[in-house]
Design a protein around this ligand. Structure first.
Ligand code: DGL
Length: 271
């Protein structure tokens, strides 16, 4: 059994947790969300890296984390090198699935229409050098369009908190893609967005949605097999353990949604 940390600014990591927990059972899951600094998509790169490194340095040691999943594209596209420099545990990042989307788009492209992929992510992720490099490496021959939005991040959180999704507003946000020239394949490049996949598909019915969740589960599984876990620990907590960085009214509401996914009571972690 391993202590697997899932980390995000908010509830987006749940889309990754759902994939992991389906295939990787019998492990202790810890979920840390940095609501004190939410939304990450609006933070400068220097603040983001300083914050995530600060959190990880103490959390990983205090909670004996064996493997960490940065279930946040906004963080993964920038902070992984700094994190790997200061930690020795395996760290799995979640980055936009440009490569599989490009492969899909090339394969299923409609005759007479150029292959076109869209990237739906946060403002931070679409502006990253790392993202530009992904496009250059795997989709340089395709039309690629990007949309960075924080509004959709909030919409996903509100949906999990039980609010109805405003489909009309979602349609407006996605309007630039809901025409003939729009993408055939759309990368959900923010872990919050698979939580809205049904609604996004309603707005863009012809478009294939692709996210990184299943690939991350395979990667974690592979790394777990290599982990030198010498001690077989008895499962201390049947439920997942939940941590926020600020105990707010919203965090307490969010904890209710997490409890439906198998997490226990909310704890506050301040580095
Ligand atoms: N869930 C995060 C991601 O995958 C970001 C949300 C935020 O802006 O905080 O990028």
């Amino acid at each position: 059994m391993a202590n697997i940390l899932i980390f995000d600014s908010g509830m987006g990591g749940l889309s990754v947790y759902r994939e992991l927990s389906q295939t990787l059972t019998g492990h202790q899951y810890l979920y840390l969300f940095d609501n004190a600094y939410f939304p990450y998509g609006e933070l400068s790169e220097s603040r983001l890296v300083a914050r995530v490194v600060e959190l990880f340095r103490s959390f990983v040691i205090q909670h004996s984390v064996d493997i960490a999943v940065i279930a946040c594209n906004t963080a993964s596209t920038h902070v992984l090198p700094a994190l790997r420099e200061c930690l020795t545990i395996p760290i799995v990042g979640v980055v936009p699935a440009i490569k599989p989307a490009a492969e899909y788009s090339r394969q299923y492209q409609t005759v007479g229409k150029p292959a076109h992929i869209g990237l739906l992510a946060t403002p931070g992720t679409v502006s990253r050098h790392y993202t530009a490099e992904l496009v250059q490496s795997f989709a340089a021959d395709l039309q690629v369009s990007m949309l960075g939005t924080t509004e959709l991040v909030t919409m996903a959180e509100d949906k999990l908190a039980g609010q109805a999704v405003d489909l009309e507003r979602l349609q407006q946000i996605l309007a630039l893609w809901s025409n003939e020239e729009g993408p055939d394949t759309l990368v959900l490049g923010c872990t919050h967005f698979p939580l809205l996949a049904a609604e996004i598909s309603q707005c863009l019915p012809q478009v294939k949605l692709i996210d990184s969740g299943a690939a991350i589960a395979r990667r974690v599984n592979h790394l777990l097999l290599e982990l030198p876990i010498t001690q077989v620990l008895a499962l201390q907590h049947q439920q997942g353990r939940l941590f926020c960085t600020a105990t707010t009214k919203k965090a307490l509401q969010q904890a209710r949604a997490f409890s439906k996914e198998g997490f226990g009571e909310l704890n506050c972690f301040v580095p």
